[in-house]
Design a protein around this ligand. Structure first.
Ligand code: SAJ
Length: 417
């Protein structure tokens, strides 16, 4: 049974791609939500009812909740009934998870606690991270305990997010959730909070299983994309059209191969499998190899472009798409961005025209480079000798292919076949 403690005020620590939508749907469900972020510009944007990044449907909800006084943002962690920690968990050089942001969030929460609070870790984390967060807090506040149903109890739980960028506002509400409590009571309390906004099934387990479940979902997808990417490499060497091959094979009732591309990007699928590898290096061969196959794709694409470019005197390459996937502005861990940056480094006798309809200016990785510019689609293709398609953004799908006839086309997404 869920402990009898209030869940009216919620502090969400970290107002990024997951934290802010979570804060918004909680506020929409009637909770009083205080968002916390280290970046003053994010805090100011949210308090003005705006959103610092592109996500379909988010700004309307944020603006409405801010106007109603249900959602606000600040730098300092407030007192609250429940805390949701949604901070980055990048990996370090050796692919071990960097838990320092979780540690910093826990240190911010600890002084605010008075007993009975729920602390939820949402960040994707290696097995043991929820326990780690609890230990940091209990280390600072040893008068509290994770034993349930006592006046000095604290409730710790893990509720990994599983929303797909671009569909966050729908999936945040509709997806089933896995919830892993450090105690049964913590799991139930977490379930009660999430039931306020989530219409999907809320599946309660222990924290370690919940942590591993999230990693497993993304590793599953990574391994399957690696299969498609490996097929694309082999097919090219065999003179076979990989997209036709996959389409044909997928007619088998029990075969469902994913799509190859220029590599796997984003802050989840390209990262999370490493947390499994680092938890058990000896027995994670398949998962590690899949990561390596996917990570090898950008260099292969690059070599193909350079091979074509080397035959031209002053080649112009139109690089179509540098976001990590279609119809978003997120450039984090983007293989297509890496390819475009590497092209500007290695194409010393040519020019790169980056076409990215979802951004206003080139990111910092291109700073100081004289052989690159952000261009409009039509203009870039017209000026280009080589058209390199890397992301299946909608405007590229509908592009008039007649205009590609005189060009060398390298289509890494199979969009124009
Ligand atoms: N990709 C391919 N081929 C495919 C599918 C994807 O190359 O057939 C590439 C994309 O282009 C992109 C990368 O994989 O570079 C990841 O894209 P994605 O759409 O598969 O996933 P993400 O990273 O946007 O979101 C994933 C989702 N996880 C799963 O589908 C198992 C999402 O549900 C998670 O919430 C999210 O990771 C997360 O935050 O962990």
């Amino acid at each position: 049974m869920s402990p009898n403690v209030p869940l009216d005020t919620v502090a969400v620590i970290g107002l990024g791609y997951i934290g802010l939508p979570t804060a918004a749907v909680l506020a929409q469900a009637g909770k009083t939500v205080i968002g916390v972020d280290v970046k003053q510009s994010n805090v100011d944007a949210i308090n003005a009812g705006t959103v610092p990044f592109v996500e379909e449907g988010l700004e309307t909800v944020v603006a409405g909740c801010v106007a109603q006084g249900k959602l606000s943002a600040q730098i300092e962690t407030p007192e609250a009934d429940a805390y949701i920690v949604s901070v980055p968990t990048p990996f370090k050089g050796d692919h071990d998870a960097d838990l320092s942001y979780i540690e910093a969030a826990a240190k911010g929460i600890a002084p605010k606690l008075s007993g009975g609070e729920l602390v939820v870790l949402e960040s994707t984390s290696p097995p043991g991270a929820t326990e780690f967060m609890a230990d940091v807090i209990l280390g600072i506040r040893p008068e509290f305990t994770k034993e349930p149903n006592l006046p000095n109890s604290l409730y710790f739980s893990h509720a990994p997010e599983r929303v797909l960028p671009g569909r966050i506002m729908i999936e945040m509400v509709e997806n089933d959730r896995i919830i892993g409590g450090l105690s049964d009571e913590a799991g139930e309390l977490n379930r009660a909070l999430y039931a306020s906004f989530c219409s999907g099934e809320l599946l309660v387990t222990d924290a370690r299983t919940a942590e591993m479940a999230k990693l497993t979902e993304n590793a599953f997808r990574d391994v399957n994309i690696a299969f498609a990417n490996e097929l694309s490499i082999i097919s090219e060497r065999q003179g076979i059209d990989v997209w036709e091959l996959i389409e044909l094979a997928n007619h088998h009732p029990r075969v469902n191969i994913l799509q190859p591309g220029p590599g796997v990007g984003g802050h989840c699928i390209a990262v999370d499998p490493w947390f499994i590898v680092s938890a058990d290096r000896e027995y994670s061969n398949l998962i590690r190899t899949a990561r390596e196959v996917n990570d090898s794709k950008p260099e292969l694409v690059l070599e193909k472009v350079l091979e074509k470019a080397d035959k031209l005197k002053s080649p112009v390459v139109a690089a179509l798409g540098i976001a990590f996937k279609a119809n978003i502005d997120d450039l984090r861990e983007s293989p297509s961005k890496d390819i475009a940056v590497a092209l500007t480094d290695r194409l010393d006798h040519g020019t790169v025209l980056v076409v990215e309809p979802n951004i206003e200016e080139l990111p910092k990785e291109f700073a100081g480079k004289s052989n690159v510019e952000l261009a409009e689609l039509e203009d870039a293709v017209e000026r280009a000798d080589i058209v390199l398609l890397m992301v299946d953004h909608d405007p590229f799908k509908t592009f008039d292919r007649e205009k590609l006839q005189e060009k060398v086309v390298i289509d890494t997404k199979g969009l124009w076949r």
